[in-house]
Design a protein around this ligand. Structure first.
Ligand code: 5GP
Length: 223
């Protein structure tokens, strides 16, 4: 007699708030590659925050996708209107995170990935979404390797490479301000670590309770 398959338990849908995932690292530590791969793997659950900046567009960069390239006057207008969740000067240029897309995404349970520096991470930790924040810092395996990667990128002059190396030391000095600190010796391994962090963070109780369709309602059905 064939035995009947045991009934398959239905996986309950439990809603959660989205995560504000900050990925910081010195330029050249591989953060951009990891962000892109992470977004591809996690789309459409994760969306990228597109910053505004006054720096010049580099070859290959797409306005509106990599950054929104604007002039100082436009930047100052956005800042003064309160349209930026955080903003900072980096290498003599202004950068800022537009607020509007973030609140809606987090409410709807979508995660937002931000490629911003330590000043931005610090500002967000004091801001309205501090409870949604997951801060990840990516270190290069060595400063020599970082130098090689910056040269290989070959988009910046030797002076700019030196300036970026100075900036790297400065950025690295803030590693303790982050929740997770990874070493990017190998992109796929580092990406897997980022995914592990994000998967666990999504399951934290506080992200899944106190909201409509969250844990409170599910647990009530168990009574
Ligand atoms: P890059 O000019 O190489 O694209 O970026 C320079 C630095 O500025 C990077 O460390 C990057 O993470 C940071 N950055 C980019 N956008 C923002 C932003 O909106 N806010 C802050 N605080 N930093 C940003």
């Amino acid at each position: 007699m064939p035995t009947a398959d045991p009934p398959v338990a239905r996986i309950p849908l439990i809603r959660r708030r989205g995560l504000l995932i900050v990925l910081s690292s010195p330029s050249g530590a591989g953060k951009t590659t990891i962000s892109k791969k992470f977004l591809e793997a996690e789309s459409p659950t994760v969306q990228m925050s597109v910053s505004v900046t006054t720096r010049r567009q580099r070859p290959g960069e797409v306005d509106g996708a990599d950054y929104r390239f604007i002039d100082r006057a436009a930047f100052e207008r956005l800042r003064d209107e309160g349209a930026l969740l955080e903003h900072a000067e980096v290498f003599g240029h202004a950068y800022g995170t537009p607020s509007a897309p973030i609140a809606a995404a987090l409410e709807q349970g979508r995660d937002v990935l931000l490629d911003i520096d330590w000043q931005g991470a610090q500002a967000l930790a004091a801001g309205p979404f501090k409870n949604d924040l997951v801060r990840i810092f990516i270190l290069p395996p060595s400063l020599d390797e970082l130098h090689r990667r910056l040269e290989r990128r070959n988009q910046d002059s030797a002076d700019v490479v030196e300036e970026r190396m100075q900036g790297a030391r400065q950025e690295i000095s803030h590693w303790r301000d982050y929740d997770y600190v990874l070493v990017n010796a190998e992109v796929e391994a580092c990406l897997a670590e980022v995914q592990t962090i994000v998967r666990a963070e999504r399951l934290r109780r506080e992200r899944r309770s106190g909201i409509k369709g969250g844990l409170d309602e599910f647990v009530a059905t168990l009574d």
